[in-house]
Design a binder for this molecule. Structure first.
Ligand code: BJ8
Length: 424
């Protein structure tokens, strides 16, 4: 890795503590990723990004700020990145996925808070992640109780804009979200000092849609048997797409998709054709949370799809590109984002429909429905999901876990038993 020490020092990072992370991450990544056989060549780019994880993209963001641009850190897939890019800003997903940051969050949050929130708060307060220190503004939302209270703490650190996410999907809720996006346009214009026009928003909509289309191509390739890419690699691609430059992200994902489509033509896969095909549904897996995928795939099954915000929810729906006025574009954004099926909505039956549809499209043999510990929303929703999947004879197991390694062996045993049951 290039030397970024000065850049980190200028950001006010705790270098000593950060060194500990820099020591453990390559080993963890090597053990989980570099031991895989026959990985697509297109994954080299993502391996490089991980090898420079706190260097190369943060340096680009700082350069952007030096040139007068603004950076917005985001925490949820309901934040419309298009608005930020339309004003010449950079939007970067910030959710923390490492146990390393959890203790920092526990200093100020109740212990029974989900690890994603604790890690996100800890990464900022402990000053051990450049991504959390660079943004001019955080953009967050009130999807769950843990998040909305945590943002009040982080608001003491960074200017914060909260988007009010409706909890139902009636017409008036879509209209309310449209008004939220309109407000967000005003906030972004104020922070960046740039006017958002129908032209710039139209271009940003295409930019982000193109990234979504590229991810759709990669995921479509995962429908093939033998599957041409591991679930772990697909997850890494999606995780990196949250903060990479969107044009480059689309290009790299398209390059990977070209290779995967070629593999399908040649009948080449990373697992044998008769490998068990698993869907993982539930809470997002922020980088570097690869735990469950690693367990499943090291037991000889393939994760072929993720029904999550680090999976299909991130890219399945496109924004309508035909609107030519700002009003029309903002309406199109509201309609697109409100199609996302987060467990913070009630009812959320469209998520269950999605799981059934994805099980069919990706020809899955079994579903692992998972939630991060203390996530009441997804944990409660798992009851109905299990009931409805069982009615349809779709084998399913539920897992609640966190970022630690403590339950690794226990999870491994449970997943092994589930896979054994599927093999019978
Ligand atoms: S749209 S899933 S990214 S809120 S796991 S922090 S819900 S207690 S992450 Fe999410 Fe947006 Fe929904 Fe997606 Fe709270 Fe649950 Fe923790 Fe969660």
């Amino acid at each position: 890795m290039a030397d970024y020490k000065q850049m980190w020092a200028n950001l006010g990072m705790d270098l000593e503590k950060h060194d500990v992370l820099c020591e453990v991450l390559p080993e963890a990544f090597g053990g989980v990723y570099l031991t895989q056989q026959d990985r697509p060549k297109g994954m080299d780019f993502y391996d490089f990004v991980v090898s420079e994880i706190h260097g190369v993209r943060p340096a680009e963001m700082l350069q952007h700020q030096k040139e007068g641009g603004k950076v917005f850190g985001t925490f949820c897939v309901y934040v419309p990145d298009e608005v930020v890019f339309a004003a010449g800003g950079i939007a970067a997903g910030l959710c923390g996925g490492s146990q390393f940051w959890v203790s920092g969050g526990e200093k100020v949050l109740p212990a029974n808070t989900c690890p994603l929130i604790k890690a996100s708060v800890g990464a900022r307060l402990d000053k051990t992640c450049p991504f959390f220190l660079i943004p001019d503004m955080y953009v967050a939302e009130n999807t769950c109780d843990g998040k909305k209270k945590a943002w009040e703490i982080l608001a003491g650190e960074v200017p914060m804009h909260i988007i009010d996410i409706p909890q139902m999907k009636r017409d008036r809720d879509v209209a309310a979200f449209e008004a939220e996006i309109r407000d967000f346009v005003g906030v972004v214009e104020k922070v960046t000092g740039k006017k958002i026009t129908a032209e710039s928003l139209g271009e940003a909509i295409k930019l982000i849609n193109n990234k979504r289309r590229a991810l759709q191509r990669v995921y479509n390739a995962r429908k093939a048997s033998p599957v041409p890419i591991s679930g772990k690699d697909a997850l890494l691609l999606t995780q990196i797409n949250f903060y990479d430059d969107p044009a480059r992200a689309a290009q790299m994902a398209n390059n990977l998709a070209d290779e995967l489509e070629q593999r399908i033509n040649n009948g080449t896969g990373v697992f044998p054709a008769n490998t068990l095909r698993i869907m993982i549904s539930g809470t997002p897996m922020a980088i570097p949370n690869w735990k469950l995928h690693h367990i499943v795939e090291s037991l000889g099954a393939a994760v072929v799809v993720e029904e999550s915000c680090t999976g299909t929810r991130y890219f399945e729906n496109l924004v309508d590109e035909t609107a030519t006025t700002l009003d029309g574009q903002i309406r199109a954004l509201a309609e697109r984002y409100m199609k996302t099926n987060c467990a913070c909505f009630t009812p959320n039956s469209a998520r269950i429909d999605d799981i059934i549809r994805l099980a069919d499209e990706y020809k899955v043999d079994g579903i692992i429905d998972t939630n991060l510990q203390f996530c009441n929303l997804y944990s409660t929703e798992s009851y109905l999901i299990k009931q409805l999947m069982t009615e349809r004879n779709l084998p399913i197991m539920h897992i609640e876990t966190d970022y630690s390694e403590q339950d690794f062996e226990q999870l491994r045993t449970r997943v092994e038993a589930f896979l054994e049951m599927l093999r019978k």
